[in-house]
Design a protein around this ligand. Sequence first.
Ligand code: FE2
Ligand code: FE2
Length: 365
Amino acid sequence: MTIDFSAVVDQAIMSGLTYEQLCSQQPDLKITRNYFHDRRYRLHKRGEAVPYYGDERAAKAANEQARGAGVLTAPSFTTDKKDGDEVSWREWCDWMESGQELRHEASYSQDAAHIEFPDVTRPICVLPFSDTHMGAWSADVRAFRQMTEEILSEPDLYLLLVGDLAEMAIRLRGVGEVTNQMIPPELQMRFVESWLQEVEPHVLAAVWDNHATTREEGASGYSRMADMLKRKFIYSDGIQHLDVTVATQTYKLAVSHRFRGASMLDPTYAQKRYMRFEGVDREACIQGDTHVPGMSKYTDGSMTRVAINAGTLHTKSLYARRFFSLYSHPDFPCLQLFPDRHMIVPYWNLNEWRSATKGAGPQGD
Ligand SMILES: [Fe+2]
Ligand SMILES: [Fe+2]
């Protein structure tokens, strides 16, 4: 025979008894705690006013009853407790906008710049210079010295600093990479700083790079290299649109350490892609980073365009020799910009530029 205790349990629940109280009053019931709570749930679902039970709920019920009877009134009080709801999203916008304005005022970086040579009568030569990786055992220090002396001796020659001037092996990917530095990062910065002081009159502009700028930013949120460059020169943290006016002619350049995209057959593919899809008004696009020199002069619709990829002085890079090539090319293609007619003439390196414009120059660029 099955005995139905439900009516007894329901009555006990509605009278406010807990499971323990019911069991102690009627020890013969032999019901489980789950059964008791299941009955409570059913009563509740049926819409019955199931009384609170347990310490907290009993206290809450007692309070509510007391309030209802007018025994308790809500107290008035003061406190230093903050009320976050008093601040609206509009106030957050006010604060963030003023912060952004202040940050903008305190920054040095540009996305676009216009440089003018109003009085020149001769063509100027613009040399993208990058990927010297000074500080690495495997960088060609002798070539760096020689190129710098040549740059300093040419009054019509201007540099675009396109990144990776220092090795800055600070990503800690391996001991070999770190110990391939002849001088530590701090001294690499001192070296570059000293070099910049001398070549400064020849520098048109500079851009970010991965070896110093993004590695330093990744490690500390701050780049000493970027700080040095942006305080001295027109500098871009990303892609730079640089207009250069040479007397009557304005040339529209785009410069970055690296543009998106790559082709195994054309070291200037990424630059061409950028001008086709993004920098559609640019007529020359320049990058470094890949260490594979390249230059193209070509038609793109109605435009005649030039794409330049800088070479490297990291000529004994073990990484390069292991993973892509036995050959590194210390050639830095440059651009001759004319003042009296709209013409860009690319040359493979300074030696070829000098040979073409001033007669035979020294060998070994
Ligand atoms: Fe590089
Ligand atoms: Fe790079």
